[in-house]
Design a protein around this ligand. Sequence first.
Ligand SMILES: [Fe+2]
Length: 329
Amino acid sequence: MPATRTTILYATFDLLESDRFPMPATAIPQLSSCGHALDLTEASFGYVRSSADCLNDTAELRRRLEDDGYLYIPGFFDRALIQAARASVCDRLAAAGVLDPAYPSIDGIARAGVSSNFNAEPARHNAAIQRVVYGPELLGFYANLFGEPVRHFDYTWFRALSRGQGSTPHCDLVYMGRGTHQLLTCWIPYGDTPIEAGGVMLLEGSHRQSERIKHYLEIDVDAYCENRPKEVDKVLNRGGWSHPGFLSKNPVTLRTKLGGRWLTAPEWRMGDFITFGMHLVHGGLDNQTDRLRISTDTRYQRASQPIDERWIGDEPIANTRAGKRGRVC
Ligand SMILES: [Fe+2]
């Protein structure tokens, strides 16, 4: 990253850091998640803290990850890398008929009536996306943070969310807990995303609430009870799930129960990423625009630790039947 660019970005961070609420909640549109209007008062809603100021201070990064449960690093990537990845996935989305042909595909405007959300295909075997998520910059960041060689899951989660509802609140552990639990998720936006287009949101301090939600955290969404014939049939024969994976369908009441604020960024920009652990409750804001909100989420861990077998290899088994695991309940 060129020094001049870093200097400029850090100056911006200083401005943001001097005011944890750079944009009064009253100045932004009503936000919702899963169709529920969020309480945007200062006690219930806020913005993530930038850690770009300590990118070269590993001890401080570790402290903040421990304290906050996440690290938000705006301006980390060269925007040209993100733009190239965006162009690539937009071309694939256009070819799949997801985009309005009246606009350039790079604009990512959804075709009327098309509903789009999670779909791994646009990012699958995609060199421009892989350059970002498994490139030397991000792997170097994690090797530094973990303090030893790292590896990543080979499966790349990709979302191009059309106008509509974001993800229900959940912890990632229930989807990927068969290896080490010292695993970090990285969420990356591929487009400058105004707050009304949504993005990931984190429940402040929820990484310290594991005891309260311990029964939820014990879930493995690909496990099933082999002594329950209906569940066996649903999971093995009909492609169903033994558990849908969410902690709640209502982020508003969940926040009231667990405390903390829902945190997001005033605007996600190309070049930003945010990383967090398996126990942090998070979800997605609803997209209130016709522009697709494009993002990936990927995972990184110490190479020396066990890895979840569902998410590795050229063709990860993911949540298919091969990933299901029976047990006596
Ligand atoms: Fe997640």
